[in-house]
Design a protein around this ligand. Structure first.
Ligand code: HEC
Length: 458
């Protein structure tokens, strides 16, 4: 077997690595989906204007587009680049596997994105001088290219949770059109439309025209938010195709995730329901403040939804292929023999802060095996989780990590690693005293080895 590759990982203090990625990811997804829905919405409004159905629609198109471009190109591109910067610092191997597997599909996504940028920029610069047909074509190109960039990236991201038949055949297309591909593509399309509609309500409120005219435009826009009411159906579809253990967490196994599913589904239904009942049936007017509130609600729903999607994948970043620790299932037994960090060439950032060699050993093993999901004192803090535990309880639970909690991968190290991590946690619980005795009683290590063997490597 090839040796396990190590990459330098960065440390974000009290921020859990998963949370750093998650935070930037949520913002990026929100902006990107807004851009996609915006393209579709503009195409719709331009058609309304050209067919003479909505005489003011054109003013809206030209005004809205500036905002769309500003928000989605500038912030979207910045957060997109930030995503790459953080993934290479947090999960270089995961992103490497993804780029490797979907090389050409990902390249295609970038082509779509380039077309989107060029079409969008051309429209901003020249849109007002173009004839009707050219305007419509340019907008259609923009909308199509941006939706297709979602199409491609959606296949790659949904593959992480449900690789499906890819696991047997290794086929790129089986991985791409995986079981959760369609529910998440349709769902994201609906979300994109709703975000665009809500942002449109904001922009329409700033247009200088009679309230009646604005109300008419708002009613048109609200049609785009209405599909959100179908969210529960799509969520059920998604839940039905996901792996059984991930499903069990969402259905109460992990109460935090269950609540987030509820928040995401509930807010989406509220937004869609408001669009249907208040805007389309009752024909109410939505002012800027309400539109902004609804957008904030949509942001909350996006955040909760993305949290669940990322969380449900644990302990994998790519299910069955790679654990969240960037270790493959096949490598676990090798690391049980060699030790987790034996081949890790990267030094500790503050090696001198530890009073003993064993604690330094523990810090390195922890960095490889636990840091992806835990911090010492911040997010998902090990000190808090274990403060009340006895030594043997710590040893048993960490040696049998995958049986302690299904979120965690099997312990990919030897008995010395377990003991060093435990001493490190105890030292932190004791508030980092300047001296700390080394432990290493052979009987204790033999007991840990037995526990590691009992837990197995699966
Ligand atoms: C894939 C992510 C992941 C990895 C890697 C991981 N954990 Fe966890 N761990 C979790 C989650 C999620 C929980 C549940 C936290 C909760 O219940 O609040 C958890 C819980 C725990 C608990 C508390 C268990 C309990 O029953 O209360 C301990 C102790 C723990 N982890 C130690 C470790 C150690 C030590 C490592 C490294 C050897 C590690 N974990 C690696 C995600 C992970």
């Amino acid at each position: 077997m090839e040796s396990v590759p190590f990459y330098p990982v960065n440390d974000f203090g009290p921020l859990m690595k998963g949370m750093v990625i998650g935070g930037i990811g949520i913002l990026h997804v929100f902006l990107a989906q807004f851009a996609i829905g915006g393209g579709m919405l503009l195409l719709y409004f331009e058609r309304l204007a050209q067919r003479g159905k909505e005489p003011d629609a054109r003013r809206f198109v030209d005004g809205y587009f500036q905002i769309l471009v500003l928000v989605s190109f500038v912030l979207g591109a910045l957060t997109g680049v930030a995503m790459w910067f953080t993934t290479i610092q947090v999960g270089a191997r995961t992103i490497g596997v993804m780029v490797d597997q979907f090389h050409w599909l990902w390249a295609t996504e970038w082509v779509c994105f380039s077309v989107e940028v060029v079409a969008g920029y051309a429209f901003v610069r020249a849109g007002q001088r173009l004839g009707d047909r050219a305007r419509l074509r340019l907008l259609a190109l923009y909308a199509l290219a941006s939706w297709f960039s979602l199409f491609w990236i959606n296949g790659i991201l949904s593959w992480q949770l449900t690789p499906g038949r890819y696991l047997e055949s290794g086929s790129v297309w089986a991985g791409f059109f995986n079981p959760s591909f369609w529910p998440s593509l349709i769902f994201r399309t609906f979300v994109a439309m709703a975000l665009a509609a809500l942002a449109a309500c904001l922009v329409i409120n700033t247009l200088d025209m009679e309230r009646e005219r604005r109300a008419a435009l708002i009613r048109r826009a609200s049609r785009f938010a209405a599909p959100m009411v179908l969210m529960p159906v799509l969520a059920l579809w998604w839940v039905a195709v996901m792996p059984a253990d991930s499903r069990s967490w969402i259905m109460g196994g992990s109460i935090a995730m269950t609540m987030f599913v509820g928040i995401a589904a509930g807010s989406s239904v509220l937004i869609g329901g408001y669009a249907v009942v208040a805007l389309l049936i009752k024909r109410l007017y939505v002012n800027a403040a309400t539109a902004l509130l609804l957008l904030a609600l949509a942001f909350g729903a996006t955040a909760a939804g993305e949290f669940v999607r990322e969380g449900a994948r644990k302990p994998y970043t790519v299910r069955g292929v790679l654990y969240s620790t960037s270790i493959t299932p096949a490598e676990v037994s090798e690391l049980r023999r060699t030790g987790a960090a034996a081949a890790d060439p990267y030094p500790l950032r503050d090696a001198a802060a530890y009073p003993s060699e064993q604690l330094r050993h523990g810090a390195k093993a922890l960095r490889v095996l636990c840091d992806a999901c835990h911090t010492m004192h911040g997010g998902n803090s090990l000190v808090h989780l274990t403060a009340t535990w006895t030594d043997d309880q710590l040893r048993l639970n960490i040696a049998k990590l995958q049986r302690t909690k299904g979120f965690m991968p099997p312990f990919a190290g030897n008995a010395e690693d377990v003991e060093a991590i435990i001493q490190l946690i105890k030292w932190e619980v004791a508030d980092r005293p300047s001296r700390w005795p080394e432990s290493g009683d052979p009987a204790t290590l033999a007991q840990i080895t037995r526990w590691l063997d009992e837990a197995g490597v699966k």
